[in-house]
Ligand binder design. Structure first.
Ligand SMILES: [Zn+2]
Length: 245
């Protein structure tokens, strides 16, 4: 029986590893996805900043054309002034010239605003580009390693399972079934040790003195009267198993 108990402890140690690797297996692809998402988002920020910068340039071009066209009109009207016959016509043309000059002044203000904005947009664009390069660099640095780990973790899980199953084959079927059911239903912990308060290492429930004696004798499998886990003597603790609490 002591050999069976030792095997169960060994299997529990391996199932603990499997549990941890299963968590890692879920986490690794998420890490990779996050890095890829960072790159995509950084790329979008670059595109958006570039677009804003282009729009700023286009707006300025349009306004500058408008100023140019207004200036041409002003020049034309001014050249017409000396040949005007009536006072009324003269006033009207003059007022049109003033109106165009006023318009140009307003446009000039807008152009100045756009130039200010252009400076800010250029800085934003530069920052976005740096952010993109950083995100891309991080992905490049970590991607290969993450992919290797993803492949590796599957192999470790499989190898550990095989090792556990090899041990299981040496045990009576009814014990293996009980073990498996506990692993599946009790948070991957089927075999626990007596804790420091002479309680179940799984749920903490107090162990009756008679059962403590049975556990210490290692001649039978003792189950916790509360959680049903198999409780074994701490002398069976393996170096790599830290199940005691
Ligand atoms: Zn318990």
């Amino acid at each position: 029986m002591i050999k069976i108990l030792a095997s169960l402890v060994q299997m529990q140690g391996l199932d603990k590893v499997i549990g941890e690797k299963e968590v890692l297996k879920k986490r690794l692809p998420l890490q990779l996805e996050e890095l890829e998402r960072n790159v995509a988002e950084a790329k979008k920020r670059v595109d958006d900043a570039k677009k804003a910068l282009d729009n700023n340039g286009k707006s300025r071009d349009t306004l500058e054309l408008e100023v140019k066209s207004n200036n041409e009109k002003i020049e034309k009207y001014e050249s017409q002034l000396p040949s005007i016959k009536t006072n009324k016509e003269y006033k009207a043309l003059n007022s049109e010239i003033d109106h165009l000059k006023e318009k140009n002044q307003k446009i000039d203000d807008k152009i100045l605003d756009l130039m200010d904005e252009e400076q800010a947009l250029k800085e934003l664009y530069q920052k976005a580009k740096e952010g993109f390069e950083g995100a891309e660099g991080e992905l490049q640095d970590k991607e290969a390693d993450l992919r290797k780990q993803i492949v590796n973790v599957d192999k470790v899980i499989q190898d550990t399972r095989d090792e556990r199953n090899q041990i299981a084959k040496t045990l009576p079927l009814n014990i293996v079934k009980r073990y498996a059911s506990l692993i599946n239903n009790k948070n991957r912990r089927a075999v626990v040790f007596v804790n420091n308060n002479k309680g179940c290492g799984g749920c903490g429930f107090s162990i009756r003195p008679q059962l403590l004696i049975d556990i210490a004798r290692k001649e039978t499998i003792v189950s916790c009267e509360s959680c049903g886990r198999m409780i074994v003597d701490t002398s069976l603790i393996e170096k790599n198993v830290d199940e005691v609490e």
